[in-house]
Design a protein. Structure first.
Length: 518
């Protein structure tokens, strides 16, 4: 018998022959192909796929690289399927031969779900960042720039009535799916129409409430309120637990959207309900505000960036969470990645006294203008050790009780009589009270730091975080995310940040940059 060949004969469609002439040595695809695969350890995907059961899986490294390119280029699953099948640059970057037929779009969705479930997007970001540190592109103690931007998922923002109806519809469908409640029981409590497809769409609020008359609108409000309260009483009495999540959302939506008054049922406005749910499809999203005129519904993406544009930390919060609340999470992630910056530069949204204290405790300086800081009047001094304020003439203020980390110091009239500054210092009502925060000394130090040349020099480089946000939110299309849910936002942010860091490293190696439109 003829002996088997030790090597396969090359043909005209072999990848090495086709791509060697087409892909230049400095092309981004060539550098990406070698760098991304080498970052992932051999056991990286252990636990995601069964070793023996099922059909042989596609190479998870190739699928992960494809998903990273998908987020960076803002492609849908079907667009990614077409790029992988017909685009030779993408084929070479993924390590596929020229005649490879590609993957079905459902393969990408299945692999993405596995990655989200096992937190592999966070691990990929950490591995890429470690590679940046090991290669010397990121120094452990260099200055970090921190900021946040808003992310709006693909959710519909509806009126309070429509939102309540959709919450009712979700509960009814969950009860029907669990088969714990019969159709007749739902008919008996007046919710049988929610099981009908066409009527369910109408109940979901697909009509213009602004066209209703006042009488009709009052009837609709009363009907929806009665249906919601009846459904909640029914599930509580029946002890149903299978639809616990949907029931909790309905209970929250009802309390935040509608209220019973003597004149009937009224809708609640945004400022009348705290932590308001804006969508039943995405109950984690919240109403946020960038300024007095600019509002959004969704999440906030927080990142830390080096001067070279390397992203070193990522977190996601609901839209109603203040920017400064995420500073501890950012600092914790930097520590986990073995980064200990000496300076963290931010805007005034992070300049709270709590954050100033947190920075001092954790060994770094927070370069941020202190929020709502008012220096003492001229000539007055504050002694934090003795907890007293002394005026220029030596009169001590009497401290009151501390409320919300603030103490009011009062200067008694009898101690100030005869002073040449009595009329100008005390004012018309002859009262003199000074409010001092528990963090006054830290805020004062931060206020004085803002006038130094070192502070001004550091702040000149804050544009790098805005440039990073342009690449993440605008160029990569994350500002209007196709998917919803906080976990999806985290997944997208981590993958875009990881591939951004990889391409930043490739640019330093003088490789061509991956264009947004390949």
């Amino acid at each position: 018998m003829r002996k088997a060949r030790e090597f396969a004969q090359l043909n005209m469609f072999d990848g090495d022959m086709v791509f060697e002439e087409m892909i230049p040595p400095a092309h981004w695809a060539r550098a990406f192909r070698s760098s991304f695969a080498n970052l992932l350890p051999k056991d990286f995907f252990d636990g995601m796929y069964h070793e023996r059961l099922g059909r042989p899986a596609n190479d998870p490294v190739i699928l992960t690289a494809a998903l990273a390119l998908q987020e960076y280029l803002h492609l849908s699953d079907r667009e990614l399927e077409r790029r992988v099948r017909y685009n030779l640059e993408i084929k070479f970057a993924l390590g596929l031969p020229a005649f490879h037929k590609g993957f079905d779009h459902s393969v990408f969705d299945a692999h993405r779900n596995r990655m989200r479930k096992h937190g592999k997007d966070k691990e990929i970001f950490a591995l890429v960042l470690k590679h940046m540190v090991d290669s010397g592109l990121v120094k452990a103690t260099e200055t970090m720039f921190v900021d946040a931007t808003h992310i709006e998922p693909a959710i519909a923002i509806v009126s309070p009535v429509a939102l309540t109806r959709r919450a009712i519809s979700n509960v009814v469908r969950a009860l029907d799916k669990s088969e714990q409640v019969s159709h007749q029981e739902l008919q008996d409590i007046g919710l049988g129409d929610y099981l009908q497809h066409i009527t369910r769409q109408e109940k979901a609020g697909r009509f213009d409430e602004g066209k209703l008359s006042e009488v009709k609108r009052a009837e609709v409000l009363q009907e929806v309120y009665t249906q919601a309260t009846t459904l909640l009483e029914f599930v509580e009495g029946a002890g149903i637990g299978d639809a616990a999540e949907e029931i909790a959302v309905l209970r929250t939506v009802l309390s935040q959207s509608l209220k019973k008054t003597e004149g009937g049922v009224e809708t609640l406005k945004r400022h009348e309900s705290q932590d308001r749910i804006v969508s039943v499809a995405d109950p984690e999203a919240r109403y946020g505000r960038k300024s007095k005129l600019k509002t959004f519904n969704g999440y906030k993406a927080h990142i830390a960036v080096t001067k070279q544009g390397v992203i070193t930390a990522t977190t996601v919060s609901p839209g109603n969470v203040a920017d400064g609340n995420e500073l501890p999470a950012i600092s914790e992630q930097l520590t986990e990645n073995e980064l200990k910056p000496e300076i963290v530069a931010t805007d005034s949204a992070y300049g709270w006294g709590e954050n100033q204290e947190f920075a001092k405790t954790n060994g770094f300086e927070l370069y941020a203008k202190p929020t709502n800081f008012k220096p003492l009047p001229e000539g007055f001094t504050y002694d934090p050790d003795k907890e007293t304020i002394v005026c220029p003439n030596g009169v001590h203020g009497k401290p009151g009780k501390e409320v919300n980390n603030k103490t009011h110091y009062s200067f008694l009239v009898e101690n100030c009589r005869g002073c040449e500054r009595f009329s100008t210092c005390r004012g018309k009502n002859q009262r003199k009270r000074i409010e001092i925060s528990r963090f006054y000394a830290l805020n004062e130090a931060a206020h004085n730091r803002c006038s130094t040349e070192e502070y001004k020099a550091v702040m000149k480089d804050r544009y790098v975080v805005e440039r990073a946000f342009y690449g993440i939110a605008v160029a990569s299309g994350m500002r209007r995310l196709r998917r919803w849910g906080k976990r999806n936002v985290e997944y997208t942010l981590n993958l875009i940040s990881a591939i951004t860091n990889i391409l930043c490293h490739l640019r330093r190696a003088r490789a061509e940059v991956l264009p947004r439109m390949v």
